[in-house]
Ligand binder design. Sequence first.
Ligand code: NAG
Ligand code: NAG
Ligand code: NAG
Ligand code: NAG
Ligand code: NAG
Ligand code: NAG
Ligand code: NAG
Ligand code: NAG
Ligand code: NAG
Ligand code: NAG
Ligand code: NAG
Ligand code: NAG
Length: 607
Amino acid sequence: MLALAVVGALVALAPLTAGQVKPPMPVWMPPPASAGLIASASTSGPNKQWTTALGNSLYFYDAQRSGNLSLGAYGNRVPWRNTTNLRDGSDWGVDLSGGFHDAGDYIKCTYPFGFTMYALSWGALSFGPGFDASNQTAYLDGTLRWGFDWLIKAHPTNDTLFVQVGNTTLDNDYWGGDLNIPLPRPSFPVNVTHPGTDVWTSTAAAFAMGAMAYDGGLWNTSQGALAPASLADTGYSATLLAHAKTLYHVANSTTKATFSESVPEVGDAYVSTGWNDTLAVAALTLAAATNDSAYYADAYNTYVKYNMTAYRGAWCWEGRTPALYVLFAEIASARPTLAAGAGLGTNLTGWQAEAEAYFDYIVAGNNGTGGLTPVQLAPGGTTPAGLVYYSPYSDNNTLQPVIALVHLLLRYAPLASSANKTADYLAFADTQIDYMLGKNPMKRPYMVGLHPNSPVNPQSAPAAGGDNVTDVRNDPPTEAHVIYGAIPGGPLRSDNFWDWRDDWVQTEPALDYSSSFPAIAAYKIATGAGDPYYVQLAAGTFVTPTGLPCDNALPCVPASKKKLSGGAIAGIAVGSVVGAALLGAVVWLVLRRRSSARGHVSPAKTQ
Ligand SMILES: *[C@@H]1O[C@H](CO)[C@@H](O)[C@H](O)[C@H]1NC(C)=O
Ligand SMILES: *[C@@H]1O[C@H](CO)[C@@H](O)[C@H](O)[C@H]1NC(C)=O
Ligand SMILES: *[C@@H]1O[C@H](CO)[C@@H](O)[C@H](O)[C@H]1NC(C)=O
Ligand SMILES: *[C@@H]1O[C@H](CO)[C@@H](O)[C@H](O)[C@H]1NC(C)=O
Ligand SMILES: *[C@@H]1O[C@H](CO)[C@@H](O)[C@H](O)[C@H]1NC(C)=O
Ligand SMILES: *[C@@H]1O[C@H](CO)[C@@H](O)[C@H](O)[C@H]1NC(C)=O
Ligand SMILES: *[C@@H]1O[C@H](CO)[C@@H](O)[C@H](O)[C@H]1NC(C)=O
Ligand SMILES: *[C@@H]1O[C@H](CO)[C@@H](O)[C@H](O)[C@H]1NC(C)=O
Ligand SMILES: *[C@@H]1O[C@H](CO)[C@@H](O)[C@H](O)[C@H]1NC(C)=O
Ligand SMILES: *[C@@H]1O[C@H](CO)[C@@H](O)[C@H](O)[C@H]1NC(C)=O
Ligand SMILES: *[C@@H]1O[C@H](CO)[C@@H](O)[C@H](O)[C@H]1NC(C)=O
Ligand SMILES: *[C@@H]1O[C@H](CO)[C@@H](O)[C@H](O)[C@H]1NC(C)=O
């Protein structure tokens, strides 16, 4: 085996490098889920429950780490995780160990990871007082560095950027712990002959936002009471900014193409539909980080050329445009010189109109009626209990786009064109936060380990502790490890949630799903909010729906064709009932990843 086993437990801490945030002693660990029942005393300190929610959301990223887990400022906080995949990149003679496993599996995917690092860094840049007051800044720093250090390795020459490590097919077919991760784990680069405009600029945007998070002086402005977290490391910031610029310049001067067009061997895990949004976001974020109007002009020209107005979809790995509207408004408010320098004048009202058209389509409907109820026509309405639903994106994960929307609402609200809108956006954000944290028909807070009603069966191969691919749901009956802070896909459009480990739509966690949660929790801490909704829920009061989910993970086949019980369709006791061909099909259903039916079938790659 190439994977090395380092038995968990907190390892000896590596010496801090200059600029790293010193972790508090003792190292912060998630409290047991029962702590979620205890209302916080109303004292002046940071809210205890929000602190736990923030701490857990960062701990989740520790549980997703790949590489040598003894590295980093506070070592391995996740005793059941082992060092893995130290030879990643060896097929190209480069070191691609490190980084994070993408979801409930073990591949590393650079394109959605750029979205994750962007959202985490943007939260760090603006909601810093919440991280600082709760002593979570060291874990924020640890998470960001673990991610950016890997992205730096994945960008070894100007144009080379590794876009995936691991074989999607092998990875989807594997169900088990982190000591036997299937090999080979091939690595796939883009470069000038095989361009990836989307992944180059997604990564450039993340680097540029990271540069500002590590040097708040680059942005040099704050909104309301908010400010950057205490991450100050100008040397690291400069390194990140240099990578951002190089990637952007390569992308801007090379034939445009998506990475999945250029490198179809990466398979179908994340096939992006375009690159105009990431190109514009990278240019605008670089404008903010450098104060260079040439980047602002690029962002604006891309926005115009590709008609990026009036986007109404989710802010997610495959749609970055909503962030563009908010960042344009932030820049127009705080740094109008950037637009002026590009010959575009001061345009706050223009960008407010663009951003508010986006939010009002969701918050109050797009027909000019005020109020907090989303209309059913836009953009997919809500679930019956009021969770925003982006159709069809939410079909495969309801919570990610809502968490991302809340992050944008909290950022934008202070910039709104009227005090009423500011209040509406904040109030609406709270309806979504409350739903997510327990005010929903299932009476479940959708974060693992936060409360006794939290989901307990996330589809995480390392946490589950099973290796029986024909009975992912029930073997073992109790998940071996609690992956604190994991946010699962979420409830279905019906508000129903089946806590079934074999249902990736509802129970699989992922890096991008969680990426705006730390910003939200930090905002709540910084603004002195009271306890999250879940403390009101008594243990064991959650609701278990009847019937079958019938979602994209566990579709219900027509009854006339059904030879198996509903449970069997979902992967139980398959071998005894059907032949090998159907077994293969059921395993495919059980382990199929979100989005993975899209795009290309992977052709063989020799290495
Ligand atoms: C943060 O850490 C400092 C220093 O260790 C300690 O004095 C303070 O009580 C901690 N605050 C919280 C909210 O844990
Ligand atoms: C980590 O290694 C230990 C043995 O050293 C093993 O018991 C445990 O299951 C491994 N963790 C995972 C997630 O596979
Ligand atoms: C450029 O990327 C392609 C696609 O991943 C790869 O086949 C090729 O070897 C790379 N070229 C160089 C010079 O690394
Ligand atoms: C790499 O990019 C840097 C910064 O954009 C540039 O100065 C340098 O000339 C580039 N090197 C090559 C070989 O293109
Ligand atoms: C990006 O490319 C365009 C078109 O070639 C060019 O006009 C622009 O100056 C470039 N942007 C930067 C920042 O170099
Ligand atoms: C712009 O990018 C988005 C998402 O990446 C894509 O869906 C859309 O088709 C692209 N538009 C153009 C005009 O290329
Ligand atoms: C630009 O996009 C908007 C919204 O999708 C659409 O209404 C409009 O027709 C588009 N304009 C052009 C010139 O394609
Ligand atoms: C002002 O912003 C709006 C976005 O609503 C944009 O359509 C318009 O072109 C901008 N005008 C200038 C001069 O930048
Ligand atoms: C706007 O939409 C809401 C919700 O569908 C509806 O109740 C209201 O009557 C509409 N208002 C107008 C002016 O069309
Ligand atoms: C959801 O996942 C299914 C199965 O992988 C896929 O076919 C579908 O395209 C995905 N839907 C969206 C909206 O991404
Ligand atoms: C703003 O809110 C106040 C108080 O809720 C309300 O009376 C007023 O009508 C609102 N104004 C607008 C323009 O909606
Ligand atoms: C991935 O693994 C599958 C199954 O072994 C194999 O058929 C395929 O060629 C591999 N793809 C790549 C790109 O290595």
